[in-house]
Design a protein around this ligand. Sequence first.
Ligand code: CA
Length: 226
Amino acid sequence: MNILIVEDEKRLSDALVQILKEQKNSVDAVYNGTDGLYYALNANYDVMILDIMLPKIDGFTVVKRMRENHNATPVLLLTAKYDIADKVKGLDCGADDYLTKPFSSAELLARIRALSRRRGDVILEILAFSDIKLNTSTNTLSCHNREIHLGHKELEIMKILMRNLGVITTKEVLINKVWGHDSNADDNNVEVYISFLRKKLTFLKSTTTIDTVRKYGYKFGHKNDK
Ligand code: CA
């Protein structure tokens, strides 16, 4: 595999290079966000390991700009400490997975294998219906010349609704697919995110809407299709 490492801690970077080269990977290492973004956009890597706290531009910005430039390289973000806010922010920016420092080399290699298998899934997909386009790699919803960013859960919900046009999507399906079977999420969580999405559709001045189908769930379609 071709792997790019963007990590400014030289000792950690050197250790990563050594571990990955031992596994017969081809590895490039750079030490700041500007170089990281340049390499990511100008070469073809199977996986990128990206630190968050970096000189020049941070890891969040690097991955966001990559996705804006339609670069779908799977990104494993390295975080200094366990921080939920960082995780959410990173996933919103388009990162694929997280590894919290310190980590074992076995853990790192397992995550990289998983990411490289997923590479085929990280496709640049645009879902379109009526005046609405959903770009699943940049997390943006657009309508004519207006566009708005979606958070991770908003994106997942919108994808499900747009793939099930004209069909009722139940709250249960949304909870299972977006929050997971073992989560504590309930109908209220879904309602909150649906209301965020409705506000965004209104902001975009779209002719589409998410209708509530009482006692069943939701249906995405044109405003006057009842
Ligand atoms: Ca750092």
